[in-house]
Design a protein around this ligand. Sequence first.
Ligand code: KIV
Ligand code: ZN
Length: 524
Amino acid sequence: MNTVRIFDTTLRDGEQSPGASLNRAEKMEIARQLQSLGVNVIEAGFPITSNDDFEAVREISHELREATVCGLSRCVVKDVDRAGEALKGAPNPRIHVFCATSRIHREHKLKKAFDQIIEISVNSIQQARSYVDDVEFSPEDGSRTELNYLVDITAAAIEAGATTINIPDTVGYATPEEYGHIFKHVREQLPIVDDEGIVLSSHCHNDLGLAVANSLAAVMNGAKQVECTINGIGERAGNASLEEFVMALATRSDAYNLNTTIDTKKLYPTSRMVSRLTGLMVQRNKAIIGENAFAHEAGIHQDGYLKERTTYEIMDPKEVGLPDSKLVLGKHSGRHAFKDRITDLGYTIDADTIDRLFVRFKDLADRKKNVYDEDIEVLLETELDATNRVEMWKLINLQFTSGTNALPTASVTLEDESGHRITDASVGDGPIDAIYSTIQRVTNLSAELLEYNIRAVTGGKDAQGEVTVELRHHDVRVRGRGVSTDIVEASARAYLAAINRIRTMASKPDSRTQLLNEAESNNA
Ligand code: KIV
Ligand code: ZN
């Protein structure tokens, strides 16, 4: 079987999902997990866009020894220099340069003729080669580019020193038949691709829900690398989902006869980690890692499943790392059982963190009779979140009154970084509104609430509530999450987590959005 290389762009294209920006510590945590998952290439960021992205690419590329680490760059001299500087001295560096080639982009965005685009691209590839041996080139909007132009620019890029040519379906427009044909055509027209071991790569967006189908069509026609993201996150409707693509090859090896280096048992923990750190929740019916992916509801299905699992299950949930038992812990469970459960859930945690978690677990078990896997995951996730996030404001105390004839009122005490406590109170349309207004007054930061979601972590009336919010402050969108057996407290914690995130971003002199805007206006 031939092996398809997995190029993960969760930390770059994935991070471009609205509200999903990650700090450096979070990016590093995901990068380590991606390497242990068996990803071959990790696109860690776009170094020109912010100091944070630059540092993330630098730190990740210097720490990871097995995966290749890649930085993205437009075909602009200062971009390539910045990517080159970030990767200088790294064990396995790659620079990924891109330039749009389709008629729509040439005429409306770049206002350049095709010859000029070839020239800019060739110059940038050569410049990138002066920093690293491993250079990838992407003709952006490749799937909508005239086929003869695509062949010409691929030939020129190879000649200039590109070792991987990625043909993106940037706007998710291609059908599997069309996309597969592009790869076949380029290989037929340019025998040098196969003769010299040039890697053709797919990069599919999911606007029509075809990203994984298109990636499969690409590999069936000779692509040797697939670009994708965990949970399929990314611009607009997202990118091809790594877990879906990998499990399609693994489950249907009879049809594809291709494999990957991915350790599929780590898919579920990796998905949870990315969801926790980006704040982007996974839809229940998401293939492979959604809550319902292995749930059987209909009586006929349950009956068949209980007689023989394979009647209604095409994959074993254990193969994708789903915990296989629903062991329930409680207040009499010891540290050993708790630690074993964490290991079974796919987490590797140091002893100090286990100690802190065990104290929180006991506290939870006092408030809640049965502690399920989902509760433990939430404990773990909030603990790991707290390690990564700078908490500028901490929630110290929260009180509220509401009722049929009462005016909803909240009083909140927060503590700032220097230990100074402030208490304030407000009224609102309801308790949550009153609490959010009070937090805005104390932190002196106003933000628009774009989204508020609440869900029970498990069944049962003593279930913990998980609240996620999305806020907009000027042009920055952030997410926050809070969990508690008290849903009002969970709401306050989620809001405060988002406010803290805005504060951290605002305190950086080079806010990412500003630099991205500047970068856009300078586009090649
Ligand atoms: O979708 C796209 O075209 C991209 C390129 C930068 C590869 O993300
Ligand atoms: Zn993309």
